[in-house]
Design a protein around this ligand. Structure first.
Ligand code: ATP
Ligand code: MG
Length: 431
């Protein structure tokens, strides 16, 4: 029988690797709270139609990457490839958007049937942030200030911000026509897919991965000349804010995002240290989407971060410190399971020292093998409760992390006070 394995491109995140994830998630949460974002939890499955109507029919995601299926009722459903569509759907459905300002965030797995490679998976994780009800550019700048602060809080280096504007729908429409004209003139050099998309979604050709189409796209006109006064004012306003905040950026007039719904501001945070999958965070303004999905017209901007890519970068750059081991490893030498005295002592210590990290040796074993386990767990102290100690009402406390590895015997009722003094504030939780 063939062994059952995980699905290609969908990975287990193992306990040895979880620390970097938790480090990232806890820094994120702290900052999200600090900026007034509230968490929203959304289903991982939605009607396929939601994605087709928001992301756009003629996009890589909807055409090629979605996990779509019919459920037992015959409904067409998809695993979510991104979070914005579901967030907007929920906002409309629960009346969160109209005449209100909402700063929302969510996290979770997203699913895209792509070719798996480093930094590109079929199940991956995003943290998304969405702000509804503010036309910007103030809030656009605040969102970018958040990201800049996050990289600093995480200790990440060498991330650069690329920025562009897609303007109002009217300027985009003018640009679209000009772009179709340009690509029509180079039609013979385009790949089949590009020719098919040319009239439906010419902007998509700009970030084509096909080498010949990409070469033609590099010579394509940019949107700058088609920007109207409103679009320019928005973009200039954002740039002025970023300058005032000392946030460096480059204007990349060729930056268009993979989704159809963007207007005005679009941006990406990119690193050169992860190879081709260098975008760790991307987003933009999508003033038309709420209305497009049946709500009342609401300005909005958002972003999504790719957590796998950020975790890779954290690890590569050595930004995560190794996790500390438990405070105490309770060694209970004996052939069989730990006895009631050991369990009682462990539970009493947990009562007395809330927040204590204590690992009880369950399952027995020799003194030597348990001491080895204590060391491997990275414990700061071994507390030993052997038959002699049980008889005497004492324990032996052995410091594992100091070179002299001092050792002393104390009465069990004095253990909590001793450990409190030894561990001090470093163990958190009590003092
Ligand atoms: P790419 O150009 O790399 O395919 P995208 O434009 O499709 O990215 P978005 O839809 O903007 O990506 O998603 C936001 C972020 O989510 C990306 O910048 C990236 O960090 C992450 N991401 C997207 N797709 C994947 C994937 N298949 N595996 C891992 N992370 C991903
Ligand atoms: Mg993609």
């Amino acid at each position: 029988m063939k062994a059952i394995q995980s699905i290609r491109g969908m990975h287990d995140i193992l306990p040895d690797d979880i620390h970097a994830w938790q480090f990232l998630e806890s820094r994120l949460r702290e900052l999200l709270d600090g900026y007034g974002y509230r968490e929203i939890r959304l289903p991982a499955v939605e009607f396929t139609d939601l994605f087709a109507r928001s992301i756009g029919d003629v996009t890589d995601i909807v055409e090629k990457e979605m996990y779509t299926f019919e459920d037992r009722n015959g409904d067409r459903l998809s695993l979510r490839p991104e979070g914005t569509a579901g967030c907007v759907r929920a906002g409309i459905e629960h009346g969160l958007l109209h005449n209100q300002v909402q700063r929302l965030w969510y996290q979770g797995p997203m699913f895209r049937h792509e070719r798996p490679q480093k930094g590109r998976y079929r199940q991956f994780h995003q943290v998304g942030m969405e702000i509804f009800g503010v036309p910007g550019p103030d809030v656009d700048a605040e969102l970018l200030a958040f990201t800049a602060r996050l990289w600093k809080a995480l200790g990440l280096r060498n991330l650069r911000l690329e920025l562009n504007t897609l303007g109002t729908p009217a300027s985009r429409l003018r640009y679209r026509e000009r772009l179709i004209g340009y690509f029509e003139a180079h039609r013979d050099g385009l790949d089949v897919e590009a020719v098919r998309r040319l009239h439906e979604n010419p902007l998509r050709l700009l970030d084509s991965k096909h080498p010949e189409t990409a070469a033609i796209a590099r010579g394509a006109p940019t949107l700058i000349e088609d920007l109207d006064t409103e679009s320019r004012a928005h973009f200039d306003g954002l740039c002025a804010h970023l300058d005032a905040l000392d946030i460096a950026y480059t204007h990349n007039p060729r930056l268009v995002r993979g989704l159809d719904y963007y207007t005005h501001t679009v941006f990406e945070w990119i690193t050169d240290e992860l190879g081709a999958q260098g975008t760790v965070c991307a987003g933009g303004r999508y003033d038309g989407l709420v209305e497009q999905l049946g709500g009342r017209s609401t300005p909005a901007i958002g972003l999504a971060m790719g957590l796998e890519r950020l975790v890779s970068l954290l690890v590569d750059q050595g930004a995560v410190t190794a996790r500390a081991g438990p405070d105490i490893y309770l060694v209970v030498p004996g052939d069989t399971a730990a006895g009631p005295q050991a369990l009682t002592l462990a539970e009493r210590l947990r009562d007395q020292l809330p927040g204590l990290q204590l690992l009880l040796n369950c399952g027995g074993g020799s003194m030597k093998s348990q001491m080895k386990k204590a060391d491997r767990a990275g414990a700061r102290y071994a507390v030993i409760l052997g038959p002699d100690e049980i008889a005497a009402g004492t324990v032996v406390v052995k410091a594992l992390r100091d070179p002299e590895s001092s050792q002393l015997t104390v009465a069990q009722q004095d253990l909590a006070a001793l450990m409190q003094a030894r561990l001090g504030r470093q163990s958190g939780g009590w003092n």
